[in-house]
Design a protein. Structure first.
Length: 267
């Protein structure tokens, strides 16, 4: 599969990425204690379709939903369900949109109400890590430079568990394309980054052990020690000199700050 993307391709893909951001912004407005996570999924399905896209995840290798909603010790790929969110939950919402031939795929972790300082720190550090990884997405670097930046910040500086079983990836006409972008590794290793590659950079960081288990539903990934896990994901275009993030957290953060049920005190 060709990795080459023209500037025009990137502009088309940017719209898909921003449609994910818009969807997550709406989720940031409505998420609260007492809401069933399936209601967020129902909303996302309609919202994406009403805006001319299709939820990338729905039907992807049989995945039944539009969003992955992973609460507390769930790392990624959690199923929306009748579970009612409650005060103290941390909720990672991962969303994909397919539109005009390209996918966008990014994620954000929300905090409902009061949590321990250790959890606030985990969320902050993981969010910092997605940006530190993104900064490395420049021509001349390799995927290992992104991997190292994320691992160094989260594990090296803070001692968190870096999940290894799941990795970031190229994203474009396919939701998962080359190259793989792990969240651990050595500088100067793995695939060379080429101009206009779009990478889904997505640290999955655990408060405790990096070990994870897979549920029998075939999807849900949980921490082995039951401690919380955080997931942030941005779509990042490889450029000369300075990486360009195509997805946008600004409207999500604005909605997060407006929503009195959400805790954004970590940043
Ligand atoms: Mg994702
Ligand atoms: Mg992804």
């Amino acid at each position: 599969m060709s990795l080459y993307k023209s500037n025009e391709d990137v502009e088309i893909q940017r719209k898909s990425c921003l449609m994910v951001s818009k969807t997550l912004t709406e989720i940031a407005k409505m998420i609260k204690p007492g809401i069933q996570t399936i209601k967020l999924d129902d909303f996302a399905f309609e919202f994406i379709k009403d805006n001319g896209g299709f939820p990338s995840f729905k039907g992807y290798h049989g995945f039944p939903y539009s969003l992955c909603i992973s609460v507390n010790e769930q790392v990624v790929h959690g199923f929306p369900s009748s579970y009612e969110l409650k005060e103290g939950d941390i909720v990672s919402v991962d969303c994909g949109v397919y539109m005009n031939g390209f996918h966008g795929d990014h994620a954000y972790t929300f905090i409902l109400g009061e949590v321990e300082q250790a959890v606030l720190d985990l969320v902050r550090v993981t969010k910092e890590a997605v940006y530190l990884g993104a900064e490395q997405a420049i021509v001349g670097n390799r995927a290992g430079d992104i991997a190292y930046a994320i691992e160094h910040h989260t594990n090296g500086k803070h001692g968190y568990g870096v999940v290894r079983e799941l990795v970031g990836h190229g994203v474009g006409k396919q939701m998962h394309e080359d190259p793989q972008v792990p969240n651990y590794g050595r500088r100067g290793t793995l695939k060379k980054l080429q101009e206009n590659m779009v990478l889904a950079i997505e640290p999955m960081i655990n408060l405790g052990t990096r070990q994870v288990d897979f549920w029998d539903d075939g999807w849900t990934v949980v921490t082995r020690d039951g401690k919380p896990s955080v997931h942030f994901e941005h779509d990042v275009c490889v450029r000369q000199g300075k990486a360009e993030i195509l997805s946008d957290y600004a409207p999500i953060e604005a909605a997060e700050k407006q929503n009195i049920n959400l805790n954004s005190s970590y940043y």
